[in-house]
Design a protein around this ligand. Structure first.
Ligand code: CTP
Ligand code: MG
Length: 385
C-alpha cells in the first residue's frame, strides 16, 4: 500500500440473508428500525466515515431494485448492488468480484450490525493501513463459557481471558482477502477465519458494543431502545401570516370561531396550524408547507388545519421521528384567545399525539397585527429520534 496517497477503501455490506431467527416477513436487512431499514443504518455509518469509502451491497436476488433505491437514498449516489449466495461466505464472494483493483483496503460488514458506528469503520481502516494485515473488532467475553456435551453435561470451563467475541466491519488489505477467498476450502462464519486459514495474520482490535448483530426479535427491540434513548432531539421553527377576510369564517388552532372575522388563504387560513406544520417539517428536514402540500393541490383547497396537521405528523413519523412537544404563539388583536386556549391545546395535542401549548399576544397597536390587518403565528417543534 502506498502510504503517501489517500488510500482507497471499499466496504462490502452483506445483506442477502433471510433472517430466519428474526422471523420477520421481509429479509432481515430490509426490516425497519426507527423508520429506516437495517441496511440503510449500515449505509449511513459508511457515509459518516472520515475515510472516503465506496459501498458495495450484496442483497437477496428478490430485493435488488429495492436495495439499489435505498442505497442511492442513503449514500446520495449510485451504489453497486449484487445478488448474494446461499451462505454468508458465498455472498461476500459475490461482493468481492466487484471490488475495483485500485482499492487498497476492503472492509466486510454485516448489514445486520446496523448500529456499528462510523468511528469503528474508520478505526478498522486505520489499523489495517498501519499494520498491513487484517484486523477484526472484538469484545472481551464477560460470561463464563462452558464446553458441554451433546447431552448437556458440562465438560470444562473455557479460559475466557483468551476469548474475544468478534464483530464486523472486518478489514483486510484487498489482495490478502481476495487470496483467502480464492483458496477457500472450508465454510467459515466470518472473513477473518478464511484469511487466517490462508496463512495471513489477523489481529483483534477493540470492538464497540453498538456493533452487536441484530439476530433475534429481542436484539431488534434493544436496537430500537438504543436509538430512541440516544438520538439527538431536533428542533424546528415555523411561522404563518394571514390577512383578515370579514366574509370568511374564522378557523384558528383547529377550532371554528363563530361570529369572528375569518382569515384569507388557499386553505382555511389557520395560521396556528400552518405554523406548527412548518415547524414539524423543518425539524424533520422535510422542507416546508408550500413544498410538501403545494398551493396548487386541490386536496388542500379549503382544507382545515387538522388535515395538514395529521399529514405532517404522518410524514415526520414516517421519517423516523416522534413528536416531543410543540409550542406556538399567536400574535394579533383578535380573536380573544384565552377563553378557548385549553380547548385549542387539547384539540391540537390530540391531533399530534404530543403536548401542544398555545399562547397569544398583541403588539401594543404596532405593525399590521396592531392595526388589525391580520394575524401571525410562530411555532417551535421538538422531535425525538
Ligand atoms: N448473509 C448474506 N447471505 C447469506 C446469509 C447471510 O449476505 N446467504 C448476511 C446477512 O444478511 C447478515 C450477515 O450475513 O447481514 C450475518 O448473517 P446472519 O446474522 O446469520 O443473517 P441471516 O442469515 O439473514 O439470519 P439467520 O441466520 O437468522 O437466517
Ligand atoms: Mg445466518
Amino acid at each position: 500500500m502506498d502510504s503517501f496517497s489517500t488510500p482507497r477503501v471499499a466496504v462490502v455490506i452483506v445483506a442477502a440473508g433471510s433472517g430466519t431467527r428474526l422471523g420477520a416477513e421481509l429479509p432481515k436487512a430490509f426490516v425497519a428500525l426507527q423508520g429506516r431499514t437495517l441496511l440503510e443504518h449500515s449505509l449511513h455509518a459508511v457515509r459518516g466515515m472520515r475515510h472516503a469509502a465506496e459501498a458495495i451491497v450484496v442483497a437477496p436476488a428478490s430485493h435488488l431494485d429495492e436495495a439499489a433505491e435505498l442505497s442511492l437514498r442513503a449514500v446520495g449516489r449510485a451504489v453497486t448492488v449484487v445478488a448474494g449466495g446461499a451462505t454468508r461466505q458465498a455472498s461476500v464472494a459475490e461482493g468481492l468480484v466487484t471490488v475495483d483493483p485500485g482499492v487498497d483496503v476492503v472492509l466486510v460488514h454485516d448489514a445486520a450490525r446496523a448500529l456499528a458506528p462510523s468511528a469503528l469503520f474508520d478505526a478498522v481502516v486505520d489499523a489495517v493501513l498501519e499494520r498491513g494485515y487484517g484486523v477484526v473488532p472484538g469484545l472481551p467475553v464477560s460470561d463464563t463459557v462452558k464446553r458441554v456435551g451433546e447431552d448437556g453435561q458440562v465438560h470444562e470451563t473455557v479460559d475466557r481471558s483468551r476469548l474475544s467475541a468478534v464483530q464486523t466491519p472486518q478489514g483486510f488489505p484487498r489482495e490478502q482477502l481476495l487470496t483467502a477467498y480464492a483458496l477457500a476450502r472450508s465454510e467459515e462464519t466470518d472473513d477473518a477465519g478464511l484469511v487466517a486459514a490462508a496463512g495471513f495474520r489477523v489481529d483483534v482490535v477493540p470492538g464497540d458494543a453498538h456493533a452487536f448483530k441484530v439476530t433475534t426479535p429481542w436484539d431488534l427491540r434493544r436496537a430500537e431502545e438504543l436509538l430512541t434513548g440516544s438520538a439527538a432531539p431536533r428542533v424546528g421553527t415555523g411561522s404563518d401570516t394571514h390577512a383578515f377576510d370579514p366574509d370568511a369564517e374564522l378557523w384558528l388552532a383547529g377550532l371554528h370561531w363563530p361570529g369572528e372575522p375569518g382569515l384569507a388563504g388557499h386553505s382555511d387560513g389557520d395560521a396556528v396550524a400552518h405554523a406548527i406544520v412548518d415547524a414539524l417539517l423543518s425539524a424533520a428536514g422535510l422542507g416546508d408547507i408550500g413544498g410538501v402540500f403545494g398551493t396548487g393541490d386541490p386536496r388542500f383547497e379549503g382544507a382545515h388545519g387538522d388535515v395538514f396537521l395529521t399529514e405532517a405528523r404522518r410524514l415526520v413519523e414516517e421519517a423516523g421521528f416522534r413528536i416531543g412537544n410543540v409550542s406556538v404563539q399567536l400574535v394579533g388583536n383578535r380573536p380573544k384567545f384565552s377563553p378557548r386556549r385549553v380547548e385549542a391545546q387539547e384539540r391540537l395535542s390530540a391531533l399530534l399525539g404530543a403536548p401542544v401549548s398555545v399562547g397569544a399576544t398583541t403588539t401594543d397597536g404596532l405593525g399590521f397585527t396592531g392595526r388589525g390587518e391580520g394575524v401571525t403565528a410562530l411555532a417551535t417543534a421538538l422531535l425525538l429520534g
